[in-house]
Design a protein around this ligand. Structure first.
Ligand code: ATP
Length: 383
């Protein structure tokens, strides 16, 4: 979009060995961020994904200058940010609750940063108009912010944080106050807006779907450290450790060289490079750390990870294409699909997702035996 985009250049954000400490009530210190390295290239969107309490917000606040760094360095284009005050870092912030100015209309909210930068009125008005179009709120300029829905407020907050062309935008759970359907839609729109403006961004979320929808690369964080940093497809198909795979929602783990593992691989390609697609930007797909995976000699000694979609129903037990059988433990119906929790011997419990076959056909009942076929592309190789 002409006029909105800032051409990315330089080295971007470099976080090196950063530690953020908090002092507990009893006087002991605790590392919320524990020696963490992370790069965000100019124009790149990185999602920081991790469970509650893993240190995501603490890292974001340290980058913003809102939290002291006990050790390590944070640089932008090679320049150390230590000692640079928050408002001089050229960093934009967007939070869960938008924090709009209640007494200003939509346009005045979006214009705020531009006013601070003393951008002339006509140019300000033009940029506000462009940004409102960009976030899907063309014509909303005169609206009172109190009259907006939650999703609209977050769109305004996004436009406001993009307006001054921050060299880095930090988003802390910007969609988590919204309901799921809205969140999914807005995640796509946030990505489109960041792309269109060439904005470099670090996006904190605990929601996998959001991270996968928004990011060029996902940094998986746990207990103050990064477990893996990779583009979405690579992370999904090649989680670096069982811990990462379990966090992503994989349910069962099988050694690739076990009989069940061989049945799952079945000459189909799983365990032999599945997920090698999408290895991402030059030299940037392996800068994460992994604390609980081991070096493996080859794919055969690796673990296969199965989750919803890894196995599908295969007609009759022993029938054509069936590789495994299992016992149905639970059967449910969600959003047009049948979800079965199936106990598969030597594999474990796996969720089998099937499109509903129609009103007259019942899903397999708990207790029944089902034949299953592996979907190699939906089986991850760990490590
Ligand atoms: N001001 C503080 N004082 C003491 N401890 C804190 C403070 N802020 C955060 N912590 C602790 O540091 C750890 C990391 O917190 P942080 O908010 O960074 O995690 P998070 O991954 O962003 O979690 P959430 O998704 O719940 O926001 C947690 O154990 C938290 O209790």
């Amino acid at each position: 979009m002409a006029g909105v985009s800032a051409a990315p250049s330089g080295r971007g954000l470099e976080v090196r060995d950063v530690v953020v400490l908090y002092r507990d009530d009893d006087g002991t210190t605790k590392a919320a961020v524990d020696g963490l390295d992370l790069d965000v290239a100019p124009g790149e969107v990185v999602a920081l994904l991790g469970p509650s309490g893993s240190g995501k917000s603490s890292l974001l606040r340290a980058v913003a200058g809102l939290e002291p760094v006990a050790r390590g360095t944070i640089t932008w284009d090679g320049g150390d940010l230590a000692g640079v005050p928050v408002h001089q870092r050229g960093i934009g912030l967007m939070f869960q609750d938008g924090q709009l100015f209640p007494h200003r209309d939509v346009a005045a909210n979006v214009a705020f940063g531009l006013q601070m930068q003393r951008v002339p009125r006509a140019e300000r008005a033009r940029r506000v108009g462009e940004l409102l179009e960009l976030v899907g709120l063309g014509g909303f300029g005169d609206r009172d912010v109190a009259s907006l829905s939650g999703g609209e407020r977050q769109r305004v907050a996004l436009a406001r944080s993009l307006a001054p062309r921050p060299r880095l935008l930090l988003l802390d759970e910007p969609l988590s106050a919204l309901d799921r359907a809205l969140r999914e839609r807005l995640a796509d729109d946030v990505r489109a807006a960041l792309r269109a403006t060439g904005t470099t961004a670090l996006f904190v979320t605990h929601d996998h779907d959001e991270a996968f929808a928004v990011a060029d690369r996902i940094a998986v964080m746990d207990a103050g450290r990064l477990l893996q940093v990779d583009p979405p497809a690579r992370l999904w198909h090649r989680p670096a450790s069982r811990r990462v795979a379990a966090f992503l929602g994989y349910e069962a783990f099988v050694r690739a060289d076990s009989p069940a593992g061989r049945a799952l691989r079945g000459g189909s390609g799983a365990g032999r490079g599945a997920g090698d697609q999408g290895s991402g930007r030059d030299g940037q797909d392996h800068d994460g750390h992994d604390h609980d995976s081991q070096d493996h000699d080859g794919p055969a000694e690796r673990l296969l990870a199965l989750g919803p979609g890894s196995l599908v129903l295969a007609g009759e037990p022993g029938g054509h294409g069936a590789t495994l059988t299992g016992t149905v433990l639970q059967s449910g119906f969600r959003r047009g699909v049948v979800e079965l929790v199936v106990e598969v011997p030597d594999v474990g419990q796996v969720t089998v997702v099937e499109p509903s076959a129609g009103v007259q056909l019942d899903a397999p009942a708990p207790g029944s035996t089902v034949a299953l076929r592996a979907q190699p592309d939906a089986i991850a190789v760990v490590g």
